[in-house]
Each structure stands twice: as C-alpha cells, then as structure tokens.
Ligand binder design. Structure first.
Ligand code: AMP
Ligand code: ZN
Length: 468
C-alpha cells in the first residue's frame, strides 16, 4: 500500500510500526460553531482511509481531538453571555450528529483539550528542563532553534522564516528570544478560562494539545498523523518540534494532508464567510450524497463545491442504490436454491473488479478511481442479472457490491430510511398546514404521498401511514 507522505513528498510503501495495527491521529475541529463542509472533507477522507485499513484486516486505533479551549470559543461565549464550556459542549454534540449523518465512524477516542491539561503541563515542563522551552512573564515559548530539524515537514528553511518574521514583528513579541518561537502556555486574560501552573494561571497553546493527546492515546511514535493541508505549517511543524524534542523519537512516520474544499476556487472557510455548513447541505440532500461527492475526487486534489457536482453525485449514488434495490427485489421474489455453475462463474468473475478497486485504494487511496470501478461492477451486475435466477446468486452479488460500498462508507439500506424521514417530514408539514387552515396545501401533501404509494390515515392518536 502506498501513501503520499508530506514528510518525504513522495508515495511511500506503508509499513506499520506494529504488525497488523495502525495508529492514526487526525486533527479535529475547534468547536465554536457548526462545522462547514470544508471541515467535513478530512473527516470523510480519513474515515475512508480507516475503513480501508480495517477491510485489509488491520486493527486501527483512530484518535481525533476536539479543540475546546480557544480564542474563538471564548469570543462566542462572551457574545452569548455563557461559559466557554457551554459553547464547546454544544458544538461537540452538533459535530457528532453531523459525523453520524455522514457515516463517519466515531473515533476510538475523541480527546478534549480541556481534559488533558495535566499531560500538557508535564510535556511543557520536560521541554523547559531539556532546554527546548523558556518562560518569560508567565508565557512559555518553544525555543525553535533548539530543534535542528525544524522545517522538515513544511520544507521551510529556518533562516528564511526568521528573515520574513523580522520585518513583520508585532508589538508584544519582543519578549521572545527569536521571532519563530511559538507559545506553549500563555497567561489568562480577565474572564478567560484558566488552569494553574508554575508559570502562570493560564491556558495551553494550540499545538501542544495534539502532541500530548497523540502521545497519551497512541504512544510516542505513531503510524499516521493527518489533517487538512493548512495544518502543515505551522501546526504540524510545531507538533513535530515539540514531540520529537520531548520524546527523542520520530513522532509520526506518515503525514497525510487533504487538499481544500473550495468554492469559486477559493478555500471554504469561516473567516471568508464563503461556507455551507453540513446542516445547510442536509436540508437539501441526504448526507450520503455529500460523502459520495467528497470521495469522487482524490483527497490531494482541490475540490470545487458546486450545485452541479452535488447533483451528479446524487445521480451517481442513486445508480448504485438502484442496483441494490433491484437485486434485493429479485432475491425476495425467488425461492432458496443452490447456485448454478454459470452463476458461480459470474460471481467469480467479479473478482477482477474487487482487485481493481483495491489497486486504486492501495495507490494513495484513490477513491475517485475506486468509485469508477464500483460503477463498472454495478453495470456488470445489472447486465448479468435477470428475473428467475437463484437467491444465492443475487445474495452473492449483493455481498460483492456491499463489500466495496462498506469501504467507502456508503449505506445501501439508505433508501428506506431516507423515505421514512421524508414521509415524517411531509406529515409534519401537512399537520402544520392544517393548523394554519391551509387545506389546499394539506391536500397537496396527501396527494403527493399517495402518488408515491403512501396512504395517510388521520386517527385520534395522530396521523398513521402505510404503504399501498
Ligand atoms: P479547523 O476547525 O479550522 O481547525 O479545521 C478542522 C479541520 O478541517 C482541519 O484539518 C482543517 O485543515 C480542515 N479544513 C478546514 N477548512 C477546510 C477546507 N476548506 N477544505 C478542506 N479541509 C479544511
Ligand atoms: Zn492538531
């Protein structure tokens, strides 16, 4: 299996630290708002990487944090007149709902920065003792030039960085030994959440969180560290500096970075205001469509969000789900029986699709090619199936398709669920219309449902529906 490694800038053969196991850390969101679909890209991409490893039989220890202490969270808390805790808890819950909707598996562990302060204090202390960090007026800085390999991930040269920084030195930074030094711990400002430490009552810098949580839950050396490409510098560069200076071992063997989700060829981001939340998308589409859209491009290619591409993804996904429906309908209409020799041969012939699918995934998780192969298999299944074949044959083909869909995280039982939610939604709209004495709209909804084979009955307990 080949993985493009940002550290080496080439596709490296994957060799796990421990045979049969993969340890993976994916930098998670800062929780002060609903996540946007740019944030969803790493979630979906690395969930798929995880699923592929699991399909290959690896045991994956997947850790992804929530940054729940940060300036933006504090600002939002002040705006609403509540504590930071209320904000972060609320948006962690909302984020988990979005993840479930996109069929992103919960991590083995989702650590919270605020619950790991003890480990951060320890790591900062060790860095000070080893001469890699220093304290000035309650702030602790990492001494960047004490780590000789600084810049190895982002391929930045420390001298160039220093020269660049000298000209843009900002007020209040004079206390640093070097403009490239970054904060490990900073004193609180009035009204901010804080923890006690030997240096000041304060809170950790962002980078130290991930170094500590990765070490605690995965160990000093891990297989894969991942996130969006905006994290390469400074976040991941600084994580490497902290962890390797502290632990004296390689922090992560493979660094994976997804490209941006863009809109009009600009990075989708909260600060630019050019974003759609996952919730916005859920109003119009099943989130499976969003997942399918994200996987339709290679994760290292920029992906431009557009209504057309979402429609194309919707149609593509429907083509796959229709194949499942058709197989299941045929299967249900047939008696159990042994597969014929011809059928066995046709099932065996699907191996070539599985092999091609795997080859695409083994080549740095090329989900775009993998999806093309899935379409080829769908086409093959549609061609070789007809009414009156054996139940075992339909089942075997369904299993073959299902195995590939599982890797991509596509839920194939979706149709029924999607329909259920839709029906409930229409019923609620009808009830509301009746309340507002908008009987024309109420009748329209009843007829729309009837046309789709759903009959409504008004009972004393409320509206019940049945398929006709
Ligand atoms: P943040 O909450 O901004 O720290 O982002 C959480 C994760 O989402 C990080 O891995 C970011 O790199 C990633 N991310 C943010 N915006 C985008 C985008 N437009 N496209 C792809 N990834 C993004
Ligand atoms: Zn991180």
């Amino acid at each position: 299996m080949k993985i493009f490694n940002t550290l080496t800038r080439k596709k490296d053969e994957f060799v796990p630290i421990e045979e049969g196991k993969v340890s993976m850390y994916v930098c998670g969101p800062t929780v002060y708002n609903l996540i946007h679909i740019g944030n969803a890209r790493p979630m979906i991409v690395f969930d798929t990487v995880r699923r592929y490893f699991e399909y290959k039989g690896y045991e994956v220890n997947y850790v992804s944090n929530f940054t729940d202490v940060d300036d933006k969270i504090i600002a939002k808390a002040v705006e609403e007149g509540v504590s930071s805790d209320v904000i972060s808890k609320r948006y962690i819950e909302e984020c988990k709902k979005d993840m479930a909707g996109m069929n992103v598996k919960p991590a083995t562990k989702h650590p919270l920065a605020t619950e790991e302060i003890g480990g951060m204090l320890d790591m900062i202390q060790t860095l000070i003792e080893k001469g890699h960090a220093y304290e000035v007026n309650g702030t602790v800085y990492f001494r960047t030039n004490s780590f000789k390999e600084y810049g190895k991930l982002s391929k930045k040269n420390l001298d160039d960085l220093q020269a660049g920084h000298r000209s843009i030195k900002v007020a209040g930074e004079d206390e640093k030994e070097d403009p490239m030094d970054f904060v490990l711990w900073k004193p609180k400002k009035e009204g901010e959440p804080y923890w006690e430490s030997d240096w000041s009552d304060g809170r950790p810098g962002w980078h130290i969180e991930c170094s500590v949580m990765s070490k605690k839950y995965l160990g000093e050396s891990i297989d894969i560290h991942a996130g969006g490409e905006d994290l390469i510098f400074p976040h991941h560069e600084n994580e490497i500096a902290q962890s390797e200076a502290c632990n004296d071992v390689t922090f992560a063997n493979y660094w994976m970075h997804n490209a941006f989700l863009n809109i009009d060829n600009k990075k989708m981001s909260k600060s630019l205001g050019n974003f759609f939340t996952v919730r916005d998308i859920a109003e119009k589409y099943d989130l499976q469509v969003l997942r399918f859209f994200m996987l339709s491009a290679h994760y290292r290619s920029p992906l431009n969000f557009s209504a057309d591409l979402m429609e194309a993804s919707k149609n593509g996904l429907e083509r796959i789900l229709t194949a499942f429906d058709s197989l299941r309908r045929k299967k249900d209409a047939t008696e159990a029986g042994e597969m014929t020799a011809d059928e066995q041969k046709m099932v065996a012939d699907t191996d070539v699709f599985r092999e091609k699918f795997e080859a695409a995934m083994e080549d740095d998780f090329n989900t775009a090619d993998a999806i093309s192969v899935l379409f080829e298999l769908v086409k093959y299944v549609n061609v070789v199936t007809a009414n009156g074949q054996t139940k075992a044959f339909y089942q075997a083909l369904e299993d073959k398709l299902q195995a590939l869909c599982d890797i991509l995280g596509i839920i194939t039982e979706q149709e029924a669920d999607m329909l259920d939610a839709e029906i409930e939604d229409l019923i609620a709209q009808r009830t509301q219309a009746k309340k507002e004495k908008n009987f024309a709209r109420a009748d329209e909804i009843r007829n729309e449902l009837l046309a789709r084979g759903i009959e409504l009955k008004d009972t004393r307990e409320g509206v019940v529906w049945k398929c006709i």
